[in-house]
Design a protein around this ligand. Structure first.
Ligand code: F6R
Ligand code: MG
Ligand code: MG
Length: 381
């Protein structure tokens, strides 16, 4: 049995250039310097620093396991250095995701998003890291379900004996802080009953049932809930292991060929299509979007990160992007109307209470209103 390697993807928005567009290269350089020093000292084996939209992405390998204070402390330090640069250059929203001044051993719950997975390296270990901007962790529900439970997406579920028993999903309730494990294919209707509400029930981990091997992990931070107020959308990251008895790289990417509607986009308060893009287009423009995702392909060898391959940089995704533009146009035409604008309970901020307060004396009972409309308190604030 080989030694265990941990792959940690930790991301944060600590300020950016031209509004919420993208980090400044000097911020990436500052974060890189911190991680390079940690690699030299042997704390981490390897690393890669990149960005998607305004989020800095730290991809690291090490032997310390998930949730380790040294690794989380390192990420915190990298984000602090990038924040210093943001402050010096007067970048926008400098340090926005570093919710606490004092680091206390773990970045979970402080602001940064985290996806970590520990595994024994297979003789060849292909892994994809996904990084999205202007959306939420539940945006991965639909593609993760397709990858690990939908035989129309993943042929291996039907024809690869190592996957034929199916996968187990750990689904996290972001409001209650509780998780439940559910089995596919037997429980797929119940699974869908939960994950069809992606703002609340989020696929967090996926395991192969034949041997319990962990195949995927998604970050579950929801910044708005952590802070108790709007502090920026909780742009998610995910890790998916591929091949050799797991979904093939092509089966994993296939799940993103449909640009499904996700919550996020402008002011974290709108539905829009999730557009898969190459790294060079990983910066938001139109209406601060549309929401974007990149896929980086790696081989991990003795903890070394070999790659990345920029997996959505291919004409095979041109039609997906074109459809996403079409949907962008269609959704934008709704302006301030739902379902383009999120429902009141999902919006990051709203002026509705002030508007209602201002109008409270002007709202009059209507005598001829049909029965049943005079609820004590409207559920549809
Ligand atoms: C959404 C996001 C942006 C901002 C918008 C307004 O996650 O980051 O869409 O919400 O640009 O930003 P402020 O209020 O900072 O001017
Ligand atoms: Mg931002
Ligand atoms: Mg962002």
């Amino acid at each position: 049995m080989g030694e265990k390697i941990t792959l940690s993807v930790i991301k944060a928005d600590v300020g950016s250039l031209a509004g919420h567009h993208m980090p400044h290269p000097d911020q990436l350089a500052a974060a890189t310097k911190v991680l390079a020093e940690a690699k030299r000292k042997g704390l981490i084996i390897d690393f890669h620093v990149t960005h998607v939209g305004d989020d800095i992405q730290l991809i690291m390998t090490h032997k310390k396991g998930p949730d380790h204070p040294d690794i989380h402390g390192l990420a915190w330090q990298a984000f602090q250095e990038a924040t210093k640069v943001a402050k010096e250059l007067g970048l926008y929203a400098a340090g926005q995701d570093l919710l606490s001044e004092a680091f206390s051993g773990n970045v979970r719950g402080l602001g940064p998003g985290v996806a970590e997975i520990e595994f024994e390296e297979r003789p060849s270990e292909p892994v994809i890291t996904f990084h999205a901007d202007k959306t939420e962790p539940g945006a991965f529900n639909l593609p993760m379900f397709k990858i690990f439970a939908d035989p129309f997406n993943t042929a291996g579920l039907v024809i690869d004996p190592r996957m034929h028993e199916g996968f187990e999903f750990e689904i996290f309730d972001v409001f209650e802080g509780k998780a439940v494990r559910m089995k596919a294919p037997e429980e797929i209707y119940d699974i869908l009953a939960l994950i069809g509400t992606p703002g609340r029930y989020v696929i967090r981990k996926v395991f192969r049932r034949s041997d319990g091997l962990q195949a995927a992990v998604v970050s579950i931070e929801r910044l708005n809930l952590i802070a108790g107020k709007y502090v920026g959308k909780d742009d998610p990251v995910a890790i998916v292991r591929a091949q050799h008895g797991l979904p093939a790289v092509g089966e994993i990417l296939e799940a993103f060929a449909f640009p499904h509607l996700v919550a996020g986009w402008m002011r974290g308060s709108h539905h829009g299509p999730l557009m898969p893009v190459p790294q060079r287009y990983a910066r938001i423009t139109r209406f601060d979007g549309p929401p974007r995702i990149i896929a980086l392909g790696w081989q991990i060898k003795n903890g070394r990160l070999i790659g990345p391959a920029d997996l959505f940089d291919d004409v095979a995704f041109d039609e997906t992007r074109r459809l996403a533009q079409f949907i962008t146009e269609y959704m934008r035409r709704h302006g301030p109307f739902m379902p383009h604008r999120l429902g009141p309970e999902e919006m990051e901020y709203t002026t509705l209470p002030q508007v209602l307060e201002k109008l409270k004396d002007r709202f009059k009972k209507v005598a001829e209103a049909p029965k049943g409309v005079h609820k004590e308190k409207s559920e549809m604030l």
